[in-house]
Design a protein around this ligand. Sequence first.
Ligand code: ATP
Ligand code: MG
Length: 350
Amino acid sequence: MFFGKPKRPVGCDIGSFSVKLVELKPFKKDEYELLHLGIKTLPPDTIVDGAIIDRIPVANAIKSIYEEEKIKNNKIATSISGHSVIIKRINVPAQREEELEESIEWEVEQYIPFDLMEVNLDYQIVKTNPGDGTMDVIVVAVKKEKVEDQVSVINLAGKEAAVIDVDAFALHNAFIYNYPESSTLVTALLNVGASITNLVIVKGEDVLFTRDLSIGGNQYTSYLQKGLGISYEDAEKLKKGEITMDGISQEDVKNIIMQVSETLELEIKKTFDFFKSSNVNDSIDRMVMSGGAVHTSGLIDFLTERLRMPIEIFNSFKRINYDPMKFPKEKLEDLSPKIAVAMGLAMRNL
Ligand SMILES: Nc1ncnc2c1ncn2[C@@H]1O[C@H](COP(=O)(O)OP(=O)(O)OP(=O)(O)O)[C@@H](O)[C@H]1O
Ligand SMILES: [Mg+2]
């Protein structure tokens, strides 16, 4: 499968909380070996509402991971998420590729809330339905300015943006490689980041539905900060259970965390309801969770109970070969849910 095209790009997930880099090497027939792995936290307010406010710390984070890890490969695959991306699965009359090429703009206009001049449009036929003479097409529109932002920060770090993807597809990519046995199950992939939570509903290789929710680990921190009148840094540590503070009870912290988890749950339920209304034949079997905020105190148990489905933590290294001397098990366990998107990017073809 990999024969003749061995090289892969460095997967680079630029999140608002941290930058993650993964480099893989094709291994044996259709496997990968881990070459490099690194993560750097960004100063608060470097990326706000999906916009890179300060490019220098982002470029520096990329450069310093490259230096520390001694990465030689300058070709990067990166991804975009949030408000600047629209992903829709649409149903159109069956037609040839060339015809679709001509009609796609007209077909998608009603679904894209941006001026088509301002977006990069891409699409893929995912299924033909001979029964009713239609086909399913996944359409992706990404704001050009967002792509330019991301490319410029990578160039500033002295690297080349060889592949631009979206978080949801990268996450799915990492999932199908690591969980090949789950092709008949409908799985909700939930990647809880700092400012965004990617929710991708998949059935094996098929992406059925995806939406980015504007909620994540930041909301826990800022609610603790405001609710308890403490600094951002203290709120962040309190959230992770790294400190206790005089005059603040565990009960107070727990209640605030619960409040945000409830908001997240409602957003997920709304999305599930929407999904069910248009996919009456598919029910969601389970959820696989990733992202830095996956370990938020009580979150997994809470969602398991409220959503009434089994939840497991995404294992980014499930089918990845690595040298345990170079990558200690504890380090991989800690990074595994955080680097799911970067992992999927590192598997892209150049
Ligand atoms: N042990 C922990 N407990 C609770 N929250 C945690 C823990 N470790 C990290 N987090 C939170 O995870 C979030 C960062 O996750 P991640 O690195 O996936 O975000 P990101 O990809 O940088 O952000 P985004 O994609 O949303 O812009 C932060 O809000 C951070 O506080
Ligand atoms: Mg992220």
